[in-house]
Design a protein around this ligand. Structure first.
Ligand code: ADP
Length: 591
């Protein structure tokens, strides 16, 4: 489009100038040629007049009139009009008209002019012939010295026709030259406008984001230099854009890799960017969020409110919001989006559900631990104060009080021991103290240690080693504690005459320790909670039989510290099976 318009403009202007120049030049040439031709014709007529002078000058002396036919006869081959005039203007002879009918010619311009000099010339209409004529007159003199004038005349129509032919030829030549100029001009104009069109094309491509087009840099002139500069410009822009795209991609990758949900929006709340984490957290698809107004996005009122406040009040907003069963920490920080109408913002959503849960577990634990410790301490305090207040207390009562104090301190000791165990197995980096352990040995040890306790309670404790030489990487003391706690519980919660089986087997690449009893069992609902710290199904009963509510929590922690897990299968009144799975050491697995 541009190429053609610009090309036509340049060519049109150039062509017009060339054609006008050719015609002006042609006009001047024609004019000059016309003048020269007239001059030549005048000269020819003058020459003719001079040539006829000797023939016609004698008639000046005669003073008579020469008939036209006579004059024609005397001047054979002369086509021009010949007029012989005497010194007082009387026409003595004329080859085209009867001299008698002709008026005095002394005042004719050519005659007047020739009387003053060597000849006279005039162009005008002839009344005699009723034609436009060119007149040339010279003064002549007869041998006797009589003066007169010899006038030659040619009709201008013939001359004009001659001139018109000449002018036509000149104008035709000018037109041909003009055409040639136009043809050359087109190539000249093309040579100038084509590089400009190419430059425009490259510039447009750069503007549209395609930086790969290059201009031919084969010209050494200014246009060639401009092409080189434009090529360098495109290359520079391409480099900078590539850098920008690189850093944008890196940034996008970083944002995409964040576990926090990130949503960027402008001052009008239009969403500019959203990462996958945000979409997953809000349960939305990208098209439901990207480029939408955030107030229309299906989140909670609290999140929308945070974004609205951030944009409208141009302030950072931090709040904790509930979203379904999750809890998010929602922070909205302002972001400069380069608008005069204010800042946009970035909404960062952090899923703090787990953290909140852990915090609750921790605070519950502190409250529970305090409560558990407070009970025996209060009992001891009460007993001690009673003893102090009653110095005359009978010995048997005193002995009973002291026994109760002893029991409470044992209980305190047990709680503290369990808390210490728990905190030990709670700490991370335990694998450093791990060693290769043969599980059957650990289990046999516990079996022996608990055999007496079981028989005290009239419970049959059996050992079932289905697999021998199962090695794991772990801590022997901790594993001993794990099995002891499970066997203790089985004995505690199984009535007299019951049966407890301590079993070791191999399940795939795992070692499985099972403690099975036919005791009181646990309901489905309770099995979900018994691994929580201080949770007991029957608080009073557990306490009476010396339970702290921490035994199974310790079991769970030890199993997890060994990359294992614990599960329970139980039925009220029928008994329970606690099973712990721990990965076998690799070499054992291969053997
Ligand atoms: P406790 O010190 O009270 O025994 P645990 O953490 O060891 O605490 O156990 C939590 C609760 O799980 C117990 O209070 C008891 O109600 C239940 N429980 C544990 N082991 C058994 C079992 N073998 N049979 C029935 N109930 C059990």
């Amino acid at each position: 489009m541009l190429r053609s318009r610009f090309l036509w403009q340049v060519w049109g202007l150039l062509g017009l100038t060339l054609i006008v120049s050719a015609f002006v030049f042609g006009f001047f040439v024609a004019d000059q040629v016309e003048r020269n031709s007239l001059k030549r014709i005048e000269q020819t007529m003058l020459d003719q007049a001079h040539a006829l002078t000797p023939t016609l000058s004698p008639f000046l002396d005669s003073g008579g009139i020469l008939p036209s036919e006579e004059l024609v006869r005397m001047t054979p081959g002369v086509t021009s009009r010949i007029t012989l005039i005497d010194s007082i203007g009387v026409v003595l002879a004329d080859n085209k008209s009867n001299p008698v009918t002709m008026d005095n010619h002394l005042n004719r311009p050519e005659v007047t002019a020739s009387a003053a000099g060597s000849y006279g010339v005039s162009q005008r209409h002839s009344d005699t012939l009723n034609l436009s004529m060119l007149y040339v007159a010279i003064p002549i003199r007869s041998l006797s010295g009589k003066q007169g004038f010899l006038r030659m005349a040619l009709p201008l129509t013939a001359i004009n026709e001659q001139m018109a032919g000449l002018r036509n030829r000149i104008y035709f030549s000018a037109a041909m030259v003009g055409m040639l100029f136009l043809f050359i001009g087109y190539f000249l104009a093309f040579r100038v406008t084509n590089p400009i069109a190419q430059m425009t094309e490259v510039a447009r491509n750069v503007a549209e984001g395609d930086y790969h087009l290059r201009l031919p840099a084969d010209r050494a002139d200014e246009i060639g230099q401009l092409s080189v500069v434009i090529n360098e410009l495109a290359l520079g822009v391409q480099g900078r854009i590539d850098d920008l795209i690189d850093s944008r991609n890196r940034l996008a990758a970083v944002i995409a890799g964040l576990t926090e949900g990130v949503i960027a929006f402008d001052q009008g709340q239009k969403v500019l960017h959203v990462n996958d984490a945000a979409l997953i957290m809000l349960g939305l698809k990208v098209e439901q969020v990207l480029n939408q107004n955030f107030s229309q996005v299906a989140t909670t009122r609290e999140i929308r409110q945070a974004v609205e406040t951030c944009v409208e009040e141009q302030t950072n907003v931090v709040s904790t919001v509930n979203f379904g069963s999750s809890t998010f920490e929602c922070s909205c920080v302002q972001m400069d989006v380069g608008s005069d109408e204010g800042n946009g913002g970035i909404l960062v959503l952090e899923d703090i559900t787990e953290r909140m849960h852990l915090e609750k577990v921790r605070s519950d634990f502190v409250a529970n631990a305090s409560h558990e410790l407070k009970t025996p301490i209060s009992a001891i305090r009460g007993l001690v104060e009673t003893i102090i207040d009653d110095p005359k207390m009978p010995d048997d009562v005193f002995a009973r009080f002291m026994e109760r104090i002893r029991q409470q301190t044992i209980r305190l000791d047990r709680i503290v021991q369990d808390l210490l165990h728990l905190s030990r197995f709670d700490s991370t980096d335990r694998e450093k103290s791990f060693s290769r352990i043969e599980l059957a040995g650990v289990i046999a040890q516990v079996f022996q240690a608990k055999a007496y306790d079981a028989s005290d309670e009239s419970i049959q404790l059996d050992l079932d080693l289905q697999a021998e030489k199962l090695e794991i990487d772990g801590e022997a003391e901790a594993l001993n504690q794990l099995v002891t706690n499970l066997v203790d519980n089985a004995i505690k919660y199984t009535g007299e005459g019951g049966q407890v089986v301590l079993r070791l087997s191999k399940v795939g690449s795992m070692a499985m320790i099972e403690v099975q009893d036919n005791g009181i069992g646990i309901s489905k609902d309770e099995t979900q909670r018994i691994f929580e710290r201080f949770y007991r199904v029957d608080r009073a009963r557990s306490r009476d039989i010396g339970g702290t509510g921490l035994g199974l929590a310790i079991v769970k922690h030890i199993a997890q510290a060994h990359q294992g897990s614990v599960a329970v299968d139980s039925q009220i009144g029928k008994g329970s099976v606690f099973s712990v799975q721990i990965p076998l050491a690799e070499e054992v697995d291969e053997a």
